[in-house]
Design a binder for this molecule. Structure first.
Ligand code: GLC
Length: 620
């Protein structure tokens, strides 16, 4: 039984259009609308021939060259082809713009969600949503797979940084703000972007060791993992704990699921979200991609969700790994409306057609799925305006958006230790020593989901580094830099910037969360060269630093700030105050993971020192 659609923003004319199209569509055209391949698996002519409803770029699914214009040209080609199909139903292109239009070189890259959680500033997140929508619209894209409303319980999880917070209310508030920002004036404006609230549900509550995504004893690099191009390092990462948590099993009870993990979906839907993405994870052993009770009865029924549900990347395949046909039937019957295939569209189409012909999937369920997809496309105004305004290309990476990102960086920083008020830095000090490769590394600032799936090091995309920011604030001649910590003489203060290696998804799961031996060597090398040592950590989550903390005079959590590293210098130098507060508990030791009511913490969620002595020069 299909559930009544929530009061969607459709006019009577819009509703009539949906009804008319549904009446005219063949079964294959309906299944085509439910099919979403990734762009490298689509040949010229496929979009029209298969009447595909959507195409996506996965992490790193970039055109060559990777420029805003070539992105727009690529997406426009898919749109144009869809309009030549028999019924000319517009296609919707999807991307992971999870911290800005992060796949595109030159786009503004905002702090990842863990940093935005520390700002507790919905208005700022709304502005980020608006700026992001404009930058993706510039490339003719109208759908982003964001916000993640994950509530990470075990920060050993490689997707912790995609979560705003471990506090449900913070997540609900910021998720709704992002949805409103992505919408802008109205969903049917060509500068709105369809949000995908993910990953439904309790993706952040999996138990360590329950993931079956990668078999340590039979390491098979499938097409998806191959995209990461990890090479030999995949073995090393698996030995460090990769794929132990992500896509695992959430063993929580229903009361916890409803109290902790469901409210952000309600908040996002009330804010107008028209798409939800299903989680790879399972709940109590039952894969979410085949979970009819939660996807249909709870999400579409209780929450009255009238939009459409999209699977995750090859998420359907995991329901019954040895029986694709059964997986397809079970996922559609559970309430999945569009399938992120992503590689073989025709195999999916044949499987679903067969399921309908065998009576395993009803025509009513197909019609319900297609109605939901068409309703969202009409609500977005895609029929009236299948293309956005190319003049928007000027918005990509523009000064106004970078200023918003820089403000977000400033408000995301959390001051966790400040012995003797070493911060803010003394602008009159004769010299400052800055050490660490991460001090001059935009890639390290951005982390995963930046240009490539895993992210990378160095100038991967235009931005300002922490070092460049400090030099701009204090003067080139007074800032001495040594990547490896070897410097001449002694300094009143040294700032050491250390960073986690970039990662995404289960590739970032770790058994232990510690600074590396190389980073500890750097800190040991710089310690005797300065009177006061300030440590700035660029990371996607808290690390266990309890043993090292006594050697540090000040400690700043900068999370993954994105392209505008100058925002870090703004606060270190006192031009702006520290206002950020932890949105996660900071574990004292590994025994505090996963976070439970009885786990200890070095600093609790909500903690953050407010540095005094802010210079009055607030006229920046
Ligand atoms: C990934 C992620 C999901 C993302 C999708 C498309 O595997 O789980 O968050 O939106 O595939 O890249």
């Amino acid at each position: 039984m299909s559930h009544p659609l929530s009061p969607l923003p459709l006019s009577p004319e819009g509703q009539q259009l949906v009804d008319r199209l549904l009446g005219e569509m063949t079964l294959d055209e309906k299944i085509g609308q439910m099919t979403q391949p990734e762009k490298n698996s689509v040949q010229p002519g496929d979009v029209a021939r298969l009447a595909l409803g959507s195409v996506l770029s996965g992490g790193g699914g970039n055109p060559e060259p990777n420029t805003p214009q070539s992105w727009r040209d690529m997406v426009t080609t898919f749109h144009e082809e869809a309009l030549t199909s028999r019924l000319g139903i517009p296609l919707i292109y999807g991307v992971d713009a999870v911290h800005g239009h992060n796949n595109v070189v030159g786009a503004t890259v905002f702090p990842h969600n863990i940093g935005l959680g520390a700002t507790r500033n919905p208005e700022l997140v709304r502005q980020i949503g608006r700026a992001t929508a404009l930058e993706i619209a510039a490339t003719n894209v109208r759908w982003t797979f964001a916000p993640a409303v994950s509530i990470p319980q075990d920060v050993r999880w490689g997707r912790s940084y995609e979560g705003y917070s471990q506090d449900t209310e913070v997540v609900s508030s910021l998720a709704a703000a992002l949805v409103e920002g992505l919408r802008g004036e109205a969903w049917n404006s060509s500068t709105s972007a369809l949000p995908s609230v993910k990953h439904f549900i309790a993706d952040g509550a999996t138990t360590y060791g329950t993931s079956e995504r990668v078999d340590r004893n039979a390491l098979e690099v499938d097409r998806t993992l191959a995209i990461a191009q990890m090479g030999e390092s995949l073995v090393e990462l698996v030995d460090q704990g990769a794929w132990q948590l992500d896509q695992g099993d959430s063993l929580i009870d229903e009361a916890t699921l409803r109290e902790v993990h469901l409210p952000p979906y309600r908040a996002a839907i009330e804010a107008g979200a028209l798409n939800v993405m299903v989680s790879y994870s399972a709940w109590q052993g039952h894969k979410m991609h085949g979970h009819r009770y939660l996807v249909t009865d709870v999400l579409k029924g209780e929450l009255n969700f009238g939009g459409f549900v999209v699977s995750d990347w090859a998420g359907v395949d995991q329901i019954h790994p040895d029986d694709y046909d059964r997986s397809v039937a079970d996922s559609i019957n559970a309430g999945v409306d569009m399938v992120m295939v992503p590689f073989d569209a025709e195999k999916f189409i044949a499987a679903l057609r067969g399921a309908v012909e065998r009576g395993e999937v009803s025509g009513e369920r197909i019609d319900d799925a297609v109605r939901r997809i068409l309703t969202a496309k009409v609500a977005l105004g895609l029929f009236a305006q299948p293309h956005t305004d190319p003049a928007l290309l000027d918005a990509v990476g523009c000064d106004e958006h970078r200023a918003i990102a820089r403000q977000a960086v400033r408000e995301s920083l959390v001051l966790l230790k400040n012995a003797g008020d070493v911060l803010p830095l003394d602008p009159q000090a004769p010299a400052l020593l800055v050490v660490g490769e991460a001090a001059d590394d935009v890639g390290a600032q951005c982390g995963g989901w930046t240009v490539t799936w895993m992210g990378g090091h160095g100038p991967t995309t235009p931005g300002t580094t922490v070092l460049a920011g400090l030099r701009a604030e204090l003067g080139e001649d007074r800032v001495h830099y040594s990547a490896d910590g070897q410097a001449e003489g002694r300094f009143p203060v040294a700032v050491a910037v250390v960073a986690e290696e970039p990662y995404a998804e289960g590739m970032g799961d770790r058994t232990e969360l510690r600074l590396s031996a190389r980073q500890l060597d750097l800190l040991a090398r710089v310690r005797p060269q300065c009177d006061r040592l300030v440590v700035v950590l660029l990371s996607g989550r808290p690390l266990v630093v309890t043993e090292q903390l006594a050697d540090w005079d000040a400690f700043v959590a900068a999370w993954l700030p994105g392209t505008e590293g100058r925002g870090v210098a703004d606060v270190l130098c006192g031009t702006y105050p520290f206002t950020g507060r932890l949105s996660f508990d900071w574990p004292r030791s590994h025994t505090d993971l996963p976070r439970t009511a009885s786990s200890d913490a070095l600093w609790r969620l909500g903690y953050g020192l407010m540095a005094q002595g802010v210079r009055d020069a607030l006229t920046i």
